[in-house]
Write a protein that binds this ligand. Structure first.
Ligand code: BGC
Length: 753
């Protein structure tokens, strides 16, 4: 289709109309020119195609579709290939349902475990989130269906999400809140990006030229269309000027009028409207040009895929005395409502009308299972009769599995949690069951981290997250050893909410939300503070054991423009086959800026038969060593020594090696009268000049001057922090000879030349 030709035939009004949808889910059709409307729909972990009453809060019916594990769950698989394949399955479903754009993936960073939408988001780590998002997009788009990378950007809480202002300093934005978007845009080229509701540093994301044009398009090379989150438009003409192409939902009659008026008054250029309309047209025809009619998909096959994804993603947090896997010969009491009716998806716009939901009780048919609901259906109200019955069931079995989780009413888009506890009746049930049954296993269903005051009582904990409609089958697969668990946490579980770095500032004051913890989000904070956590980022157990050895770097010195090849050997030293997620972190040992101790810069998932050993390799480029330097508005590597850490979790890194990196872009320091003596001495030229000058002024033996009174070391430490202007008076103090201001200025000019 010749988009340019259509554009040339369009009136300004038609172009303006194309800048918003025709209804809740469709783009605008222009019948005069034969431009049809195409559909967008949620996303991310299943289709929510509404054919009747529409809404963006997941309230009204949608067509039956497969509900896959949510983002927070699948991120724990650390498995790019798995996510790509799930994207393909979703893409097929979109083709079958004639949906042009699937509204996902959601890649916002988990700043606090309280965020109501954490279940949709991948991680607290931008590298992991970016890799997962890119794989998802590649999968969906391989089926000629568009994706919408969301919510761009700085949208890490639900409270006042449509008016709040995320105040994020530039370095933190670049290092933590933008890179997942950047990776996904550069590696996977999403057809659309969805701007978020919130303001970023005082400006609505939907009106931010910097975000939507300068960073997204000019820096990262995005070529698709920017779509607003549903209702995120504040002033439409400002949005068009900023680079927001499509306002959703429609019809945007008022917006069209405003656009026309703004063009008429000269406040908005006609070119900007044309460009937005052109991008919407390109989107429409990109879909239609590759549309495959009559696609059907295998619901059962996709349900099975959802089961495999959940089994590959759930995380075995604890497994004392190898209580898991449970032998199929044993009698097992399944306890807790969620064993029958699992919590498997979150509330809000991602809510899917599931094809069929399998609970663990149903999936365990044929095994020696008894079932006791344990607590009332809402998951919140205690019921003594049910609790007593659960104790009885636990006592008379060989082992007990207690299924607990956050009630639906406590976790959803649209609001945040206020604490990290589960309902008291569920926490107490774990304790009561464990008191009568030493082999008590706990399965947890929820979208994010929780506190676990009952942890000591449980022999094993399997974190199933919100594992999609087939989670029951996946849980049984793992509990009884048909699948060896291999998921690892994509977020840190703090001991208590108050330990979280954003705790004092999260939610902000009114609309102003300052991200004061800066780059120290998640493990970046806990590690630097040497803080005890409940479970660290990257943690997850297996039914086998892995041994790491032979970490080698292909060089010990490099320039920041080189790439470093890292290789490590991983061996399965247990008796069963298993998968290991090998994690690589980089730390800057000599950094002069405040940086995390180490950051995730690589991961690979490998499958190993018992006794098998494989070499895993990584390639690290400049970004693996860099921090964002606001002085040069670019990524910068400081010269110095770095440590490469490899291992099974962020807190278990048995292999380390050092590499010296030389910067090809040293940053020039400018000096003034208020630079300190220490600043000057840090520069070899400065050291030399300083030495000569001191001698000249009879201050050569500066250290001795204070030697008797305060000791040489202290004297030097103090002098180091004096500004250069103080040398003028210091000279006369120590030697009676003053240093004239002109020679100090000459020194500064010389250094700056
Ligand atoms: C959500 C988006 C979603 C949209 C459409 C909004 O409320 O923030 O993630 O895609 O609704 O349902």
């Amino acid at each position: 289709m010749n988009v340019q030709k259509i554009i040339s035939e369009m009136t300004l009004e038609e172009k303006a109309q194309l800048c918003s949808g025709s209804n809740f889910w469709f783009t605008q059709n222009i019948d005069r020119l034969g431009v049809p409307a195409v559909m967008m729909t949620d996303g991310p972990c299943g289709l929510r195609k509404q054919t009747m009453n529409a809404d963006h809060l997941g309230m009204n019916e949608s067509v039956k579709a497969i509900s896959y594990p949510t983002g927070s769950c699948v991120a724990c698989s650390f498995d790019r290939e798995l996510i790509r394949r799930s994207g393909e399955a979703l893409g097929e479903e979109c083709q079958a349902e004639d949906v042009a754009v699937l509204l996902g993936p959601a890649v916002n960073i988990k700043r606090s475990p309280l965020c109501g939408r954490n279940f949709e988001y991948f991680s607290e780590d931008p590298f992991l989130a970016g890799e997962m998002a890119a794989a998802y997009i590649q999968g969906v788009q391989s089926k000629s269906i568009g994706t919408s990378l969301k919510h761009f950007a700085g949208n890490s809480q639900e409270l006042r999400r449509m008016t709040s202002d995320s105040v994020i300093d530039e370095r933190t934005l670049r290092e933590i809140y933008l890179p997942a978007f950047e990776t996904a845009v550069k590696e996977a080229k999403p057809w659309t990006v969805m701007c978020s509701y919130n303001k970023l540093n005082g400006e609505f994301a939907s009106e931010s030229h910097r975000l939507l044009t300068e960073i997204l398009r000019d820096e990262w090379g995005f070529e698709g269309a920017v779509v607003s989150d549903w209702g995120a438009v504040n002033e439409r003409p400002a949005g068009v000027a900023a680079g927001l192409d499509l306002e959703m939902p429609g019809p945007g009659e008022l917006s069209t009028k405003k656009i026309l008026k703004a063009v008429e008054s000269g406040a908005l250029s006609e070119e900007a409207v044309t460009l937005a309309a052109q991008r919407v047209l390109e989107l429409i025809y990109k879909y239609l040009g590759n549309r495959t009619e009559g696609v059907t998909f295998d619901y059962e096959g996709h349900h099975e895929m959802a089961r495999r994804m959940a089994a590959e993603s759930m995380v075995l947090l604890k497994n004392q005395d190898s209580v898991l896997p449970i032998s199929k010969e044993k009698t097992v009491a399944f306890i807790g409502q969620f064993a029958q009716r699992p919590r498997f998806q979150g509330g809000g716009s991602s809510h899917v009308n599931s094809y069929k939901v399998t609970g663990a009780v149903e999936a365990a048919k044929g095994l020696n299972i008894t079932y006791a609901p344990g607590f009332s259906e809402d998951g919140i109200t205690a019921d003594e009769t049910l609790a007593v019955e659960a104790e009885q069931a636990a006592k008379s079995a060989d082992c007990a599995v207690v299924f607990i989780g956050l009630p639906e009413a406590w976790e959803s888009e649209g609001f945040d949690r206020s604490h990290l506890r589960l309902p008291e009746c569920q926490e107490k049930l774990v304790e009561r069951v464990a008191a009568v049954q030493p082999n008590t296993v706990v399965v947890v269903h929820c979208g994010g981290a929780i506190e676990m005051p009952w942890l000591e009582s449980a022999k094993a904990v399997l974190y199933a997250y919100l594992g999609g409609e087939a989670v029951g089958g996946a849980t049984v697969d793992v509990l009884f050893g048909d699948v060896n668990p291999s998921g690892k946490l994509a977020e840190t579980f703090p001991v208590q909410l108050e330990d979280n770095p954003s705790y004092l500032y999260y939610f902000g004051e009114g609309d102003r939300v300052e991200y004061r913890e800066g780059v120290f989000v998640g493990y970046r904070y806990y590690d630097k503070k040497k803080q005890r956590v409940l479970f660290p980022f990257g943690h997850g157990l297996s039914y086998t054991r892995f041994e790491y050895s032979g970490l080698t770097l292909d060089r010990t010195e490099m320039q920041d423009t080189d790439s470093l090849q890292v290789s490590v050997k991983v061996k399965n030293i247990g008796n069963v086959a298993g998968k290991e997620i090998v994690q690589l972190y980089v730390g800057d040992d000599e950094s002069t800026v405040k940086r995390p101790l180490r950051e995730l810069k690589g991961f690979e998932k490998v499958e190993l038969a018992p006794g098998e050993e494989k070499a895993v390799t990584f390639s690290l480029g400049k970004r693996a060593f860099a921090y964002y330097n606001t002085q040069i508005s670019d990524w910068h590597v400081e010269s110095g020594e770095f440590t490469i850490y490899v291992g099974p979790s962020s807190r278990d890194l048995p292999c380390c090696a050092k590499v010296r990196v030389e910067s090809t872009q040293p940053i020039r320091k400018m000096f003034s009268l208020n630079s300190t003596i220490g600043d000057l001495m840090a520069d070899p030229r400065g050291q030399q000049i300083m030495g000569q000058m001191m001698q000249g002024a009879g201050m050569g033996d500066l250290s001795k001057a204070g030697g008797d009174i305060m000791g040489a070391e202290a004297m030097l430490a103090m002098v180091k922090d004096m500004p250069l202007r103080n040398i003028i008076s210091m000279g006369s103090l120590f030697s009676g000879q003053s240093i004239d201001p002109e020679s100090i200025q000459a020194l500064i000019d010389g250094m700056n030349a």
